[in-house]
Design a protein around this ligand. Structure first.
Ligand code: MLT
Length: 404
């Protein structure tokens, strides 16, 4: 008789954005006349930039011609894309990451969930609280998190680093020593950002205790302040302790196209075994590469026209962020984030819990956000709004909230 992976049974509830989607669908079916504005999941709304569309059309034509047709992509990604990433995202910033340390994938969500596979199940993970749920849930599935306490909504074997208003929503070095440290900056969900010298402290700490930092840089395109690093490899020593995850979803609108990459420097090793070799082995075994058309689209992100068009797209979303920040402040809300990230983090008013505020906003303003408690216990009483809506919808949503 077969047995299932019982770790899955330990997962409390369903995936956060699935629960939200279900609630919104129910409300919308009960009130079909209501115009619901969705500022919940961080999904983009602006079309792909013209330079990207042009590259995709070109690649589609190549696929329709016997001379230029491509089958399986190279396991680790096409050279043209890995070189463009190495040049633009790293060498241009003074980080010595070479093309063969970059692994192309179909997105940062998968990579952030899969990366734990190359580590021992005995490793102890540390996460920010609140946190992107994928990091914790995938470690639960792997059997690395111990026992769940429904009262505190925490796992016995996970080290939580509370990110609260008192510490500017930034984690402090943990008292217990972790083996794997998940950091996402600029942060999802709070929108907070670590300055370069603050990130350097984490790198020094990881090197001192022999931990690996899994650094999710999905939102780096939204950084507006000079002293906020775009990559962890801007910090000295990071190549010995850090893996970096990147997405094309937020900087280039690829949520439906799917493309991302992971950097594992060759220096990163454990008892003479490089993590690079393990991830290459995993990639080669379990993955056949992102589609050629999509990788050509990714290359166009780094063309001169692509860069210019995407700068404008990021500015468009950040104008939304500014509008939400200013509007909610004016309405008396306590708000943060939205300066180096497309997320605005606000305190639910009148002592409401996160889910109470979710229902209140859905029913009274027909606006959907994300309850902070869905990201972890320290998110309770907080709420996240995304700047990824259209400008018109963002303005309308803020006006509705102000009118409550
Ligand atoms: C979010 O809303 O937190 C993100 O869109 C989720 C993701 O990128 O997978």
């Amino acid at each position: 008789m077969f047995k299932i992976n019982e770790n899955y049974l330990k997962l409390p509830g369903s995936y956060l954005f699935f629960t939200i989607g279900k609630k919104v669908k129910e409300y919308s079916q009960a009130h079909p006349e209501k115009q619901i504005i969705r500022l919940g999941i961080g999904d983009v709304t602006q079309p792909l930039a013209p330079a990207i569309i042009e590259a995709m059309h070109g690649a589609v034509d190549e696929m329709g011609n016997a001379e230029t047709f491509r089958g399986y992509a190279p396991d680790l990604g096409y050279e043209f894309l890995r070189n463009a990433i190495s040049r633009n995202d790293y060498k241009a910033r003074g980080c010595g990451i070479s093309a063969d340390e970059i692994f192309i994938s179909d997105g940062a969500k998968c990579d952030s969930g899969n990366i734990q596979e190359i580590f021992s199940v005995d490793n102890r993970i540390a996460v920010c609280d609140p946190v992107y749920p994928v990091y914790v849930d995938t470690n639960v599935m792997a059997g690395r998190t111990g026992v769940y306490d429904g009262k505190t909504e925490t796992w016995s074997d996970v080290i939580y680093m509370p990110c609260l208003a008192e510490n500017d929503f930034l984690p402090e070095l943990p008292k217990e020593t972790p083996d794997l440290i998940y950091l996402c900056f600029p942060n999802n969900p709070t929108g907070s950002a670590l300055k370069r010298e603050q990130l350097q402290e984490w790198v020094d700490y990881a090197n001192k205790v022999g931990a690996v930092i899994i650094y999710d840089a999905a939102y780096e395109a939204y950084i507006s302040q000079e002293d906020v690093p775009h990559s962890i490899y801007e910090c000295a020593g990071a190549k010995h302790c850090a893996i970096e995850l990147h997405s094309f979803s937020k900087n280039a609108g690829f949520t439906g196209v799917r493309l991302g990459y992971t950097v594992i420097p060759k220096e990163l090793e454990c008892d003479g075994v490089t993590l690079h070799s393990l991830w290459a082995r995993r990639h080669g075994t379990k993955y056949n590469g992102a589609p050629y058309i999509v990788q050509r689209a990714g290359e166009a992100v780094y063309s001169e026209a692509g860069k210019e068009q995407l700068k404008q797209q990021v500015a468009y979303y950040m104008k939304n962020a500014r509008y939400i920040l200013d509007g909610l402040r004016e309405a008396g809300y306590t708000v943060s984030g939205g300066v180096n990230a497309p997320y605005i983090w606000l305190k639910a008013p009148k002592g409401m819990t996160s889910w109470e505020f979710f229902d209140y906003l859905l029913e009274n303003a027909n606006v959907v956000g994300t309850p902070g408690s869905g990201f972890g216990p320290s998110g309770e009483t907080y709420f996240r709004l995304t700047a990824f809506g259209s400008y018109e919808n963002t303005v309308e949503a803020v006006e509705r909230i102000k009118a409550l």
